[in-house]
Design a protein around this ligand. Structure first.
Ligand SMILES: Cc1cc2nc3c(=O)[nH]c(=O)nc-3n(C[C@H](O)[C@H](O)[C@H](O)COP(=O)(O)OP(=O)(O)OC[C@H]3O[C@@H](n4cnc5c(N)ncnc54)[C@H](O)[C@@H]3O)c2cc1C
Length: 435
């Protein structure tokens, strides 16, 4: 199979992809989205996730286009799926220790594999797509070659990884985050935790042969090859029951002259983040910190190009000098840039829990030693949604009309009342997926 070309990491390419998907985002999406027809046929889903993950497209951009075409009633399922991303991001902001412990677990599990020949062999076979389970092997290959998997395939893959191959969930999540172009600390970690009963405590996801056969349009039939039960995993941390910690507060936009630091967490900083214009912009990546193991070049290049594209737009929109650095030693790079442009205030878009956010405290300390202030600015969409994301999804789901109104999308919401959403919210805490 020839590797398909990776999608262009630009806002222009993202906008074209959005425009082409919008007509399919209504009731048709609700009916067909669960089918995985294979890498050459993605007509029933958007494949917008790499753009949304890097904020080459903002949630507001996607919602505005979809609601304008379909209204909330017809696009309800698509809107709710998009809000799963918002929910997971917000949930992890309230439970940052879950990312920290996942990350250190990966390093520990990788070390343990060295001493466990059987597990090491199963792991290598799974990664290479060499298990003999037809569907799983095809998805492992697709993941490595394209950087994308359909949502249903992610669920089946994770379930087979944990319950059939009996591999640690953290290693599967790590494989995903190193290869998915949309690899995201929140959606990925919490997606895996959901499958093994750590997110919605005790509720697991079992990949079933009939479900795979039907929803892959009979491309696969792993009869007799899959585990038949999915007992929930347990952990000491018990994050699912721990009360959410309050959201850390963001900074106000500074007055006067400032520079902007662009990261892979927000590649549309010239859209709706600030009222003022930056005097200079610097783009830096932290992509290699997504894992202790090497990140796929596809992923690395997507993030680097997305930042490059963002810098080009910032230069055109604000007329300021821009430059792009690398992964290494952020503090040295930022201090040298700040000195060149005589900056004593630096703004950056809020980085949600993950590798970029993990670098900011050390950067802030070095900047503050040099008399430079760092301002972390949260978008109003996140500000409106995240306070409802600390516990189960349905608390946020009830607030979707209010969040849309806060994002300036109130007109499209008028046709569906908050009450209707509240009424639709009584279906338990699991993800409303078909499997
Ligand atoms: C084990 C596992 C790991 C996952 N890892 C990631 C990840 O690293 N990054 C990521 O963006 N998504 C992740 N997801 C969620 C989901 O599978 C992808 O967002 C979706 O498949 C992307 O394809 P799409 O853009 O065609 O989706 P569409 O069906 O077109 O959905 C539109 C958008 O809504 C959001 N979305 C849809 N479903 C979900 C969901 N269940 N959770 C969160 N957001 C959703 C995405 O931003 C997506 O682009 C994971 C799911 C599972 C089960």
């Amino acid at each position: 199979m020839t590797a398909p070309r990776r999608p262009g990491a630009t806002r222009a390419a993202a906008t074209i992809a959005l425009e082409s998907f919008v007509p399919r985002a209504g009731r048709r999406y609700a009916r067909e989205r669960n089918f995985d027809y294979g890498p050459s046929d993605r007509h029933n889903v958007s494949v917008l996730s790499p753009y949304i993950r890097h904020r080459l497209l903002l949630e507001e951009d996607v919602l505005a286009a979809v609601l304008d075409e379909h209204g909330l009633s017809d696009a309800q399922k698509f809107v709710e799926e998009l809000f799963w991303r918002t929910y997971f991001k917000g949930w992890l902001e309230h439970h940052p220790e879950v990312w920290d412990s996942y990350f250190s677990d990966v390093a520990a599990v990788v070390r343990r594999l060295d001493g466990d020949t059987a597990a090491c062999e199963r792991y290598n076979e799974a990664v290479a797509g060499n298990t003999g389970i037809d569907c799983f092997d095809a998805w492992a290959t697709e993941l490595a070659e394209t950087g994308y998997l359909h949502n249903h395939a992610r669920m089946w893959f994770a379930s087979i990884w944990i319950y059939t191959l009996e591999l640690p969930w953290q290693l599967g999540a790590d494989l995903f985050i190193r290869h998915l172009l949309d690899g995201d600390p929140a959606s990925n970690t919490l997606g895996w935790r959901w499958v093994c009963g750590l997110h919605t405590r005790g509720k697991t996801y079992l990949a079933r042969v009939s479900n795979i056969t039907n929803f892959t349009n009979y491309r696969f039939n792993p009869r007799g090859r899959l585990a038949t039960s999915a007992p929930p995993l347990t952990e000491d941390l018990s994050a699912a029951t721990r009360p959410p910690t309050p959201l850390p507060s963001a900074d106000p936009e500074p007055t006067g002259r400032f520079g902007i630091l662009v990261t892979e967490e927000d590649c549309s900083v010239e859209h709706g983040l600030l009222t003022g214009r930056a005097a200079a912009a610097l783009g830096l990546t932290a992509t290699k910190d997504r894992s202790v193991l090497p990140v796929s070049p596809l992923v690395y290049d997507f993030a680097k190009d997305a930042i490059g594209d963002a810098l080009g737009r910032v230069r055109d929109a604000w007329g300021c000098p821009v430059e792009q650095g690398g992964d290494d030693d952020w503090a040295d790079q930022v201090l040298a840039w700040a000195e060149r442009h005589r900056l004593n205030k630096i703004v950056t878009a809020w980085a949600p829990v993950g590798p970029v956010a993990a670098r900011l405290p050390a950067l802030n300390a070095r900047l503050s030693d040099a008399g430079i202030e760092l301002f972390r600015i949260r978008r109003s969409f996140d500000e409106a949604a995240w306070p409802y994301a600390g516990r189960g999804y349905f608390k946020l789901k009830r607030q979707i009309p209010a969040v849309l109104s806060a994002a300036g999308l109130g007109a499209a919401v008028a046709e569906k009342t908050v009450g209707e959403y509240a009424g639709a919210s009584s279906g338990g805490a699991g993800m409303n997926w078909s499997g």
